[in-house]
Design a protein around this ligand. Sequence first.
Ligand SMILES: Nc1ncnc2c1ncn2[C@@H]1O[C@H](COP(=O)(O)OP(=O)(O)OP(=O)(O)O)[C@@H](O)[C@H]1O
Ligand SMILES: [Mg+2]
Length: 390
Amino acid sequence: MASHAPDKILIVDDNPEVAATLKLYLEDRGYSTSWADDGQTALDLMLDGNNFALVLLDISMPDLDGLTVLKQLRNSGCDAAVVMMSGHGNEEMAVECMRNGAEDYVSKPFVLSDLFQRIERARNHRQELIEKRLLEQEKENFSLMLSHDMKNPMTAVIGSIDIIREGRLGPVNEEQVEYLQSAIDSCNEVVTMIDNLLDIRRFETGKMPLNIRSCNIAEIIRKSCEPFARTAKHDGISFSINIDSSVTDLAVDSRAFGRILGNLLGNSLKFTPEDGEIEVSCSSVENTQDNLAQIPPYVSIPHSLSKSVRLTRLSVRDTGNGMPQQELGRIFDRFTQVKSRTGRENIGAGLGLAFCKWAVESFGGVIWAESMVGIGSEIIILLPDKDTHP
Ligand SMILES: Nc1ncnc2c1ncn2[C@@H]1O[C@H](COP(=O)(O)OP(=O)(O)OP(=O)(O)O)[C@@H](O)[C@H]1O
Ligand SMILES: [Mg+2]
């Protein structure tokens, strides 16, 4: 009984006359067909390794009706296209079936040309879905490959350069130390890029559980700023941190929170020239209409934020080259970079801010950018109190 012909169609109908007519017409058209006269037989045939490309499934059948069969097929991960066959007055149920994964429905009595067209369309649609899923799988594999095949050797490269830089293999002069440090910085940028990509993939596939709990924000900010303050000093950029005493603990994932700051500071350092300034500020403000009104209209405000009594405002401001107004809404999209940038400014994948947006939204907050070309940029985050976390 088992067949692996890819264009095989299963007709599921308790009415032998309808089934026989369909069988005749379809086989005349070159399809190969099988018939099941009830829902259970259909499920047995479908789930027993038979490679049917499409199921013509009657809605009204005794015992197992068409909708139940459809749900079980989809739950089992069956890839065949399903076209429901509805009797007169059954259209509402047919629409319900489409919500549950059927490709289409035809009403009895059939107009044959219409039936064949719908069968072909349903098969193509299903094929597209399968191809899309395969592509997703490939992307997933690519992410894993990045993690294992690129990140680990990268970490080893950083370690080796560091040993040389520290002079453990022989004396190195000041100029050599600088070059080695710059190599380490570049490697670290690549590792951050891979981390962003992996986290966004993990988030999209539901494989990144956040560990959200009450955290001392001021402490995380100070710690996360340390390496960036060092680089800023080295690059001749003034770096300041202003944390107001009003700042309270917040419900966040501390690792993700640190990575938000890392991404924002990495950007500020990348886009701010020598003699520029970078300032990290954090304060607790009242949740007033005025404060919420600063949020640009394209940012949607979550319920957790509007009902919070106070708001924690975190911002990273720089006097870098800035961004044009029309870019400010899209820089938080994945793989988006401001056009016409060159050299070092172009380094990166355009993932840092996408990670920040995802993480901030997971904490029930909002993030946006304010900027003027040639003057500088400020990325602002508002977070809700820990008891109003979503
Ligand atoms: N402080 C800033 N000053 C000027 N432009 C900025 C600033 N922050 C972000 N941008 C612009 O927004 C773009 C997106 O930033 P994002 O952090 O998402 O990506 P990236 O830094 O290019 O790459 P990645 O973060 O993945 O290494 C940047 O390419 C840049 O054009
Ligand atoms: Mg970045």
